[in-house]
Design a protein around this ligand. Structure first.
Ligand SMILES: [Zn+2]
Length: 141
């Protein structure tokens, strides 16, 4: 069984999903359902959306990370340039909640989830397929 979300977590998931384009939301809903209905996958963890819409200011703060602020580089897009910055957003980021409550960005879990996302909507591009800066949690239209 996949970890259950608390009411507060479920509300945040709904808010993040509401901030993205309907095609993306529908594909995620379909992939999530197929994941949770597959006991072998559900046992590994529960997919969660960690980000949908992100403001230009939030994007600039992320861009600073690894450049003018400590940390590793997590984006090559400045404020306004990311599909997360559109309204509604044309990108969402995914992670997994494990049965112990921890959040995982396992490359293997993300690869498996990406297959379901692409099956749900072939127009969706997965950041893990990008040749230079692989962004495995990232899905966009
Ligand atoms: Zn992203």
């Amino acid at each position: 069984m996949a970890a259950k979300l608390t009411d507060a977590q479920a509300t945040r998931q709904a808010q993040r999903l509401a901030s993205v384009r309907p095609e993306l939301r529908q594909a995620y809903a379909s992939a999530l359902l197929r994941w949770l209905q597959n006991p072998a996958l559900a046992r590994l963890g529960r997919p969660i959306v960690t980000e949908g819409y992100r403001s230009a200011a939030e994007q600039d703060a992320l861009y600073a990370q690894g450049r003018t602020k400590p940390g590793r580089i997590v984006t090559y897009k400045q404020g306004g340039a990311s599909k997360h910055n559109r309204q509604p957003a044309e990108a969402l980021d995914v992670a997994f909640m494990l049965s112990n409550g921890q959040v995982s960005w396992s490359a293997e879990l993300l690869r498996r989830f990406a297959q379901l996302m692409k099956q749900a909507n072939p127009a969706i591009r997965w950041g893990g397929d990008w040749p230079q800066f692989r962004d495995r949690p990232h899905f966009e239209l």
